[in-house]
Write a protein that binds this ligand. Structure first.
Ligand code: SAM
Length: 269
């Protein structure tokens, strides 16, 4: 989406509006227990007795990191492009977290490589999928794990979500995104949901979001998701579905991948 990148301004969306209008599995204790808690447990097992650093890429208001706020051996890092949200709502929720206003498209300018033992990207790959995965890869130490969710277009469970926004003026079209590294270049065609003409002014601020499409009418998986994960350099440790209810759809099905950055996990001394 070069030259056509979304510039979502969540700064104008209050925490209350975000909670009541946005279709995120954040704040869901079942999701946390199923996908995020195991990341912490794996990191603790890798380096017994050491502190665990968790990075949430595109953390927004910080609802997901809040689950870990009371964990005495855990340090939290939240990264988001919206400085305004970080400085107000997220800071109130997470007084001790390291909050970094940064664009994942140039994460290396703001965050050192390998700072985190575990990573989270919740409803994040809808913006800049290539760079969200790239930011996790950058921030994780070798051997570190992360969990990333995808809402696959074409999965009948998610039809209600797209139909809800189409009724409100959202437009769906095909858009190409490109992964480029060294001499390698691969393009993926995704569905873009453009909210900019939606009737609700809060929803218009979501700008444009991207969704991978199903390549299998039985499982509703996407070979493009797996290919992008592979190109980024992650190994897939687990793949599971998760169902949750949201303002636009009473039964969303998202795919959640647990990924590991290749390389030797550093052992503690
Ligand atoms: C749908 S919200 C998800 C927020 C949070 N993870 C949750 O589930 O509640 C997407 C977030 O991505 C952030 N974002 C969008 N583009 C970004 C970019 N290029 N770099 C960093 N953050 C970005 C937005 O500011 C927003 O907070």
């Amino acid at each position: 989406m070069k030259g056509n990148s979304p510039r979502p301004d969540y700064g104008a969306l209050s925490g209350a509006a975000y909670s009541s209008k946005i279709n995120t599995p954040a704040k869901n204790p079942d999701y946390f227990r199923k996908f995020h808690l195991p990341l912490l447990e794996a990191a603790r097992a890798d380096r017994p007795g050491q502190r665990v650093v968790v990075a949430d890429v595109a953390c927004g208001h910080g609802y997901e990191l809040e689950f870990m706020r009371g964990f005495l051996d855990v340090d939290l890092i939240g990264v988001d492009i919206s400085a305004r949200v970080l400085q107000t709502s997220t800071r109130e929720r997470l007084p001790d977290a390291r909050l970094i206003a940064a664009d994942v498209r140039c994460i290396g300018k703001s965050v050192d490589a390998g700072v985190a033992d575990a990573g989270i990207a919740l409803n994040a790959v809808v913006y800049e999928p290539v760079h969200m995965l790239g930011a996790l890869m950058h921030m994780l130490r070798p051997g570190g794990r992360c969990a990333v969710n995808f809402r696959i277009f074409g999965n009948p469970y998610n039809d209600a979500f797209y139909e809800y926004y189409a009724r409100q003026g959202g437009k769906i079209s095909d858009v190409g995104i490109t992964f480029e590294r060294g001499g390698m270049r691969e393009t993926f065609v995704l569905k873009q949901l453009d909210y900019r003409e939606c009737t609700d002014p809060d929803i218009r601020k979501l700008d444009r979001q991207l969704y991978f499409t199903s390549s299998d009418d039985r499982t509703y998986r996407s070979t493009d998701v797996l290919r992008l994960i592979e190109l980024t350099g992650f190994q897939v440790l687990g793949e599971d579905t998760f169902h949750f209810s949201s303002p636009a759809n009473p039964d969303n099905e998202i795919l959640v991948y647990t990924l590991q950055k290749q390389g030797q996990a550093a052992t503690g001394t």
